[in-house]
Every structure is written in C-alpha cells, then in structure tokens.
Design a protein around this ligand. Structure first.
Ligand SMILES: NC(=O)c1ccc[n+]([C@@H]2O[C@H](COP(=O)([O-])OP(=O)(O)OC[C@H]3O[C@@H](n4cnc5c(N)ncnc54)[C@H](OP(=O)(O)O)[C@@H]3O)[C@@H](O)[C@H]2O)c1
Ligand SMILES: Cc1cn([C@H]2C[C@H](O)[C@@H](COP(=O)(O)OP(=O)(O)O[C@H]3O[C@@H](C)[C@H](O)[C@@H](O)[C@H]3O)O2)c(=O)[nH]c1=O
Length: 318
C-alpha cells in the first residue's frame, strides 16, 4: 500500500487520479487525522500501517500565489520545512522509501552560451527573453540536478517560499531512500486557480518570461514511474522537456482557445514588482535528461501545452 499525503491539494489530487487510474492500492492521511509535524504520532501511524512507499504532496504554497508566504512565514516553515523533515526522519527510521514534492523554483535563470562560454544568466529581462527566442537551442541549456540551487536563503535574492523549499531539500536529501521531485508551474486542461494557463488567462497583465513547465498529470505519472520502475533514489527535475516564453504560450492560447482575448504585458520587471508581486519570482529552465535516462518518459512541453488548450475545461464545467 502507498501512503499519499497532501491528497486534498492541487498536485495531491493529480496523484490520486493517477493512482486510481493505475489501480494502485493506496491510502491517504489528511492533516485533520494526524498532526503531521509530530514525529512520534507519525512514526506510530507508519509503524502500524506499514506503507511500502510514501508520497508527500503536502506543503504550503500561499494563495493566490507565493506572495502570501512572505507574510505567513510560520505556516510556510511548518508545511515546507518542519513537516518534510519529520516525515523524512520517520520514514528513514522505519526504512520506508518516500518521494517528496519539492520545486524547481530553487533555481533562477538559464545557461547561455556566449563569447566567454557557458554562463548562468539570472536576469531574464524581456530583452534576454527576446534573445533566447532567437538563439539556436544549442546555445541555451537549463540547470541539471548537479547544479546547486541559486534561488535560496543562501543567496541574496529569493522568495520566502523558495527558501523554505530549498531548506527542506538540504535537510532531507541524504535521509533514507528518497526521491526529491522538482516540478515547475503546473498546468493541464482543467481550469483552476493554480493552473499556470488559468493564471495567464486571469492576471490583469502578464510578466514576460521563460520557464520550464510541468503538465500536472504527466508529473504525477512520472513520479509514480520513478517508484514503480525503481529508478535510483535522488533528485529529479520532473518537467516536460523544453521551455516556453510567456509570449509563446499566449500565442497558443489565442490560436487555440481564446482568439478574442487581448493580453497586456507589464513593461519591465520594475513595473511588475511595483504593481503585481511582492516576492521575487524564480524563472528558470530545467534539464530533464536525468529522468529520461533513468527510463521515465515525459512528452515535450509544447505538445503537452497544445493538448491542454485543445481539451480545455473551464472551471464551472468540472
Ligand atoms: N502548485 C504549484 O504551482 C507547485 C509547483 C511546484 C511545487 N509545488 C509543491 O507541491 C506541493 C503541493 O502543492 P499544491 O499546489 O498541491 O498545494 P495545495 O493545493 O495548497 O495543497 C497543499 C496540501 O498540503 C496540505 N498542507 C498544507 N499545509 C500543510 C502543513 N503545514 N502541514 C501538512 N500539510 C499541509 C494541505 O492540506 P489541507 O487540505 O489540510 O490544508 C493540502 O493537502 C507543495 O509542497 C508545493 O511546494 C507546487
Ligand atoms: C502575479 C503575476 C504573475 N504572473 C506570472 C508570473 C509567473 O510566470 C506566473 C505564475 O505566477 P504566480 O501566480 O505569482 O505564481 P507563483 O510564483 O506563486 O507560482 C509558483 O507557485 C509555487 C507554489 C510553485 O512552486 C511554482 O512552480 C509556481 O507554480 O504568472 C503574471 O504574468 N502576472 C501577474 O500579475
């Protein structure tokens, strides 16, 4: 039996759907039924129920977005640091393998190949994004799992949310048999306040950038494949291969879903952070070779986007 934690959440529900589709035996443990951060009660629950694998999709993300974590620091630390540490220790003590949903937002930027070789460009301004579109793909690469995160409390710039996710990774990475799965900006065809595509459709003005993304169901499928195929434990970037700019996504939305809709963009970072955001945002490209070489397949991001837009289900219809 697999234990799924955080099953009521946006990503947790995707895990539940995939587990159901695959006919896997699993159970959930809502927060209301167990104090997650209490090591003794958690250990006792695991000892009695003996799951073969634990999926941790619980965590604190803030609503409507990570800006909320800047104020709700206690909740953020509780859900994103204390809780995964308690779980990791309990699983490690009882020798239960587990997978923790981390985040790709521990990185900011991308590698660009220029006159002085490969360099991390963290300042993905509109000009740089424009340049990325025009560059050949072999002049751009993302961060691999071997690259140290560069958007954490250890650097001068990060959000409280990203810092908390990075702290948890540091604390649990070498505890027991563990997968650290890093998704980015999840989306699929179900309109939802947390769906990246819904966000672009709903925000008053858009922030022009470049990012790797995770199709929500592809993500949950890939994470489960890691366990079912017994790929080596460790960190995995679980994003659909490739990257997209905001403008590319907007063009696809206009072509496929909303030809009638006009989108406005913030002129630059200054305008975006003055009017629309408190916390620094991570924008990054992630490499997915490690996952694919381990034998776990993810379709290219543009293919997944196209499908999500073609089969789009507005929120009131599901
Ligand atoms: N959504 C994204 O864009 C995204 C992207 C990358 C990574 N992630 C990571 O994925 C995980 C799930 O995110 P989500 O978007 O699915 O979040 P969500 O929709 O807000 O759901 C969060 C889940 O975690 C539980 N939870 C909240 N605070 C908790 C705490 N202090 N202790 C234990 N459980 C707690 C919630 O339980 P209740 O129902 O009881 O509140 C709920 O089941 C998080 O760790 C997040 O960092 C999310
Ligand atoms: C606030 C705002 C954001 N954006 C853009 C910036 C981002 O590219 C995208 C999403 O931004 P936000 O909603 O601020 O999302 P966020 O920064 O809270 O999103 C994150 O949530 C975390 C839980 C995850 O770990 C991240 O992977 C990501 O999904 O929308 C706009 O275009 N206009 C806006 O007004």
């Amino acid at each position: 039996m697999i234990l799924l934690l955080g099953s009521s959440g946006y990503l947790g529900r995707a895990f539940q759907t995939i587990l159901d589709q695959r006919g896997e035996k699993y159970t959930t443990l809502p927060r209301s039924e167990a104090n997650h951060t209490r090591f003794s009660s958690l250990t006792e629950w695991l000892r009695v129920h003996q799951p073969e694998f634990v999926i941790n999709a619980a965590g604190y993300t803030g609503r409507p977005n990570v800006d909320a974590c800047e104020k709700a620091r206690g909740e953020t630390l509780d859900g994103n640091v204390l809780w995964p540490i308690a779980l990791a220790h309990a699983c490690s003590l009882l020798e239960i393998p587990f997978g923790h949903v981390s985040s790709g937002c521990l990185y900011n930027g991308a590698y660009l190949n220029g006159a002085h070789g490969w360099n991390v460009e963290t300042d993905l301004t509109q000009d740089v994004v424009g340049e990325i579109i025009n560059r050949s793909p072999n002049m751009i690469r993302g961060f691999s799992e071997d690259d140290a995160p560069n958007f954490t409390f250890r650097q001068s710039k990060c959000s409280f949310y990203s810092g908390s996710k990075a702290l948890a990774e540091e604390a649990i990475a070498d505890l027991g048999e563990c997968y650290l799965w890093r998704p980015r900006l999840p989306f699929d065809h179900f309109d939802h306040p947390k769906n990246y595509l819904s966000k672009l459709l709903r925000y008053e003005k858009l922030y022009s950038n470049v990012n790797s993304l995770s199709h929500r169901m592809d993500f949950a499928n890939a994470c489960l494949d890691c366990w079912k195929q017994r790929v080596p434990f460790g960190i995995y970037h679980v994003t659909n291969p490739g990257y997209v700019t905001t403008s590319e996504v907007v063009e696809r939305i206009q072509e496929i879903l909303r030809p009638d809709k006009a989108f406005a963009f913030w002129k630059n970072d200054l305008e975006f952070y003055t009017h629309a955001a408190d916390a620094a945002r991570s924008n990054c490209i992630l490499e997915t070779n490690k996952l694919i070489e381990a034998g776990v397949q993810m379709r290219p991001v543009k293919e997944a986007l196209e499908e999500a837009l073609r089969f789009w289900k507005p929120e009131h219809l599901h």
